[in-house]
Design a binder for this molecule. Structure first.
Ligand code: GDP
Ligand code: GDP
Length: 469
């Protein structure tokens, strides 16, 4: 799982600048998750070797009257959701009253808080930041977010102590590629096969047994109703598993001989306990559930149609590489023209998701719920299937025969062989000459060719290209 970093501080200290620096290298399609609360912004961050979820808060005003209300509404929740808090101050302004107020609150937290002085470019940073030690939050880290200065060092410091807890925060470096010209294709293939066999022997049984299924969607789409419906069915055997207060509840269950772990973001199980307040919808909880799932069941409300929030949930799931099953809920009692309208809206706006199965269900009446699981297991199977080098190479060759890669600078791009680079999502690594110059259209062609040839439903597929052998 990825850690969550919250950026807090007065307005204008540079929080958005830092947020954008963290998130902009990510796929622009889904970089930002429009917050369900107005003034908070969520992003998937990738910076240097780190990846994490970042929350930008609108900033606290410093007006003592308003500060509690403002903080309570957004910064406070962001701070609560975070694993790490970065408290930004403006090195040029010195310590302000609002900084002091926020520091008073942050000092009481048990989670790591880093005091970060921004805008240290073009000034004597050491003397400008000295007074911030009076906030009694430990060292003052100097950065210039606008120029990226000090940012890598800050991340090294903040992530070092939590890497054991969040190993996913570090992106594995790709191995160096040996791009010699005269390739011994057969030898390479043999080597890949040997590695595959070895990997297979060592592979954990995770893929063979439990399917982690997250049920996500906006508030009120029917997640709790659906979860209760699933858990209430006779054929389901539910085991008890305690949850923590903050995160989703994991509910192990078995259905038709297949084991699942339901990741319940709606807090159904917890609500059963007496006197417990129902938790508010949490974006972070939802994002974490998606990251941690094999398959994500995205619930959409037929009565509301597709919303931006639905689309950003979908985008986030795709970006995370998770398998997707779509359920349009509350399909009961709708007029035919309403149904037709929703169907055509989905066709029009979700064309890019044509690999995901779509179900029209009524969680309230139980209609269509059983079939969901067929699509879930199918998606899981597609996402985790073993793909041999021989098979992937054969499909690549067939694709190349059907439709030659284009000429680049007078030379034809040559694809040499392909092998699997990972599961859930399946990653296909293609080696060849000049592959960096392949146009996107040809990459899409290959992707579709693979999808068809492998008959993969429900999972995104990633293709990576490597120059040479
Ligand atoms: P936020 O309100 O805390 O999100 O602050 P913004 O990110 O919007 O930044 C406020 C202003 O400070 C903008 O004009 C930025 O260009 C500027 N700024 C941000 N980072 C730096 C920096 O490292 N150096 C300097 N000189 N200006 C910066
Ligand atoms: P959650 O916030 O996503 O967990 O949504 P809930 O499960 O609490 O449902 C929100 C509201 O939608 C409740 O009033 C449910 O009774 C209603 N609801 C849920 N599923 C259906 C359905 O399939 N059909 C209809 N008509 N209403 C539903």
């Amino acid at each position: 799982m990825m850690p969550v970093v919250a950026l807090v501080g007065r307005p204008n200290v540079g929080k958005s600048t830092l947020f954008n620096r963290f998130t902009r290298s990510r796929d622009a399609l889904v970089a930002n998750f429009p917050g369900l609360t107005r003034d908070r912004q969520y992003g998937q961050a990738a910076y240097g070797r780190y990846q994490f979820i970042v929350i930008d808060t609108g900033g606290i005003t410093g007006d003592e009257q308003g500060i509690d209300a403002e903080m309570a509404q957004q910064s406070m929740q962001a701070i609560e959701e975070a694993d790490i808090v970065m408290f930004l101050v403006d090195a040029r302004d010195g310590v302000c009253a609002a900084d002091q107020l926020l520091a008073d609150h942050l000092r009481r937290l048990t989670k790591p808080v880093y005091l970060v002085a921004n805008k240290t470019d073009g000034i004597d940073a050491d003397s400008a930041t000295a007074e911030f030690y009076s906030l009694a939050l430990g060292p003052v880290y100097q950065i210039a977010a606008a120029h990226g200065r000090g940012v890598s060092a800050l991340l090294d410091l903040t992530f070092e102590p939590i890497l054991a807890e969040f190993p996913d925060a570090v992106v594995e470096q790709e191995a160096e590629v040996d791009d010699t010209d005269d390739l011994d294709y057969e030898a390479l293939l043999a080597k890949e096969r040997a590695q595959e066999a070895e990997a297979e022997e060592q592979a954990p049984d995770e893929y063979a047994d439990k399917i982690k299924l997250a049920i996500v969607g906006k508030p009120n789409v029917g997640k709790s109703t659906l979860t209760n419906r699933i858990l209430g069915e006779d054929r389901v055997i539910v085991y008890d598993m305690p949850g923590t207060t903050r995160d989703s509840i994991y509910i192990p269950m078995e259905r038709d001989g297949q084991e699942y772990v339901l990741i319940d973001t709606a807090g159904v199980r917890r609500r059963k306990k007496v006197n417990e307040t129902v938790e508010k919808f949490s974006v972070i909880k939802t994002l974490k559930a998606i990251e941690d799932a094999h398959v994500v069941l995205i619930v959409i409300d037929a009565r509301e149609g597709l919303s931006d929030q639905d689309l950003s949930l979908l985008g986030f799931t795709l970006n995370a590489g998770r398998s997707i099953v779509l359920a349009v809920n509350k399909w009961d009692g709708l007029d035919t023209d309403v149904k037709d309208r929703i169907k055509s809206e989905i066709d029009r706006r979700l064309g890019f998701l044509d690999f995901a199965r779509l179900h029209f269900i009524s969680a309230l009446h139980g209609t269509g719920v059983g079939h969901l699981f067929e699509s879930v297991t199918e998606a899981f199977e597609s996402a985790t299937r073993k793909l041999s080098t021989a098979l992937l190479t054969r499909i690549m060759e067939a694709a190349q025969d059907d439709h030659q890669p284009p000429l680049v600078k007078g030379r034809r791009v040559k694809l040499k062989y392909a092998h699997a680079g990972g599961h859930n999502p399946p990653i296909i690594v293609i080696h060849g000459n000049q592959v960096d110059d392949l146009p996107d259209s040809y990459k899409r062609y290959l992707m579709n060719y693979y999808r068809k040839a492998l008959d993969m439903m429900g999972t995104p597929i990633r293709i990576e290209f490597r120059e040479g052998g």
